[in-house]
Design a protein around this ligand. Structure first.
Ligand SMILES: *[C@@H]1O[C@H](CO)[C@@H](O)[C@H](O)[C@H]1NC(C)=O
Ligand SMILES: *[C@@H]1O[C@H](CO)[C@@H](O)[C@H](O)[C@H]1NC(C)=O
Ligand SMILES: *[C@@H]1O[C@H](CO)[C@@H](O)[C@H](O)[C@H]1NC(C)=O
Length: 231
């Protein structure tokens, strides 16, 4: 997982912005939100002193490093003695590569209170108003930004309050309680942009896993010869 500077710009009616992804960290964010309520455009940036680490990329990189350590754990002159020994190494490497890939293809599900109290809400200047929440995640080769517009539910509301569970993406109508106040998601905006090096990374994971599998297949072909001893 390389460290490359990327700026992405996506424009939609409600959410526009520029994000800078440097390796695993979002180093800059410049977001314009148009709220349905006031039709005003609000402008937020990351505080100068803040970077937001994307846990998914960090985890993927850690798994790749573990795979590399497994591969470089032996001296260059080391000779594998059995096919089983190679298979065992390939299985361990493939496990790490699969985990790395899964981290990029499976964004974390979160509850709305978890989102509301996440450190991400403290990243912005000016601070996000209480009725707006944002989330960043990686989905395959895309960096996604979701913006939730909330409204406070009146204590005397006749609506049935049902808190929603964990989800990557919450729908309008989802409800949650925080500090004895009840909220409902009134609008959801999702914007996403392709990160080319993430796309390449996913392709490399697929190729690496295929190579490992091919090596295992070859060993299994040869071991059937080795096991066949006619004399
Ligand atoms: C992730 O990407 C897939 C494929 O483009 C899409 O079907 C899915 O809805 C996305 N999920 C989220 C949570 O963004
Ligand atoms: C709930 O109370 C608020 C003020 O406290 C009032 O404006 C609103 O009409 C009430 N709603 C219902 C459904 O009774
Ligand atoms: C993703 O990478 C593959 C292989 O490198 C390439 O063929 C494809 O066009 C890329 N897609 C995007 C959206 O960049």
């Amino acid at each position: 997982v390389n460290s490359i500077l990327l700026s992405c710009l996506r424009s939609m009616d409600q959410v526009k912005g520029v994000l800078t992804l440097q390796g695993e960290a979002l180093t800059q964010a410049d977001i314009n939100l148009k709220t349905a309520k006031s039709n005003q455009v609000m402008h937020f940036t990351f505080r100068d002193d803040k970077h937001w680490k994307l846990q998914q990329i960090q985890d993927a990189r850690n798994h790749v490093n573990q795979a590399l350590q497994l591969l470089s754990g032996r001296d260059e002159s080391y000779h594998f003695k059995t096919g089983a020994e190679v298979n065992k190494l390939m299985d361990a490497v493939m496990l790490q590569l699969t985990r790395a890939r899964n981290r990029l293809t499976t964004p974390a599900a979160m509850t709305l209170p978890e989102l509301a109290t996440s450190g991400l809400m403290k990243m912005f200047t000016p601070p996000m108003p209480g009725d707006v929440m944002v989330n960043f995640y990686i989905n395959l080769s895309k960096l996604c930004l979701t913006v939730y517009q909330l409204h406070a539910m009146q204590p005397n509301t006749t609506k049935n309050f049902r808190p929603s569970g964990s989800s990557v993406l919450h729908n309008p109508g989802a409800m949650f309680e925080l500090n004895n106040a009840k909220f409902e998601v009134s609008q959801v905006h999702k914007v996403e942009c392709v990160v080319p090096w993430l796309n390449n990374t996913l392709v490399f994971f697929t190729i690496s896993l295929q190579l490992c599998q091919q090596l295992k297949d070859k060993i299994s072909v040869f071991s059937s010869f080795w096991n066949y001893r006619p004399f």
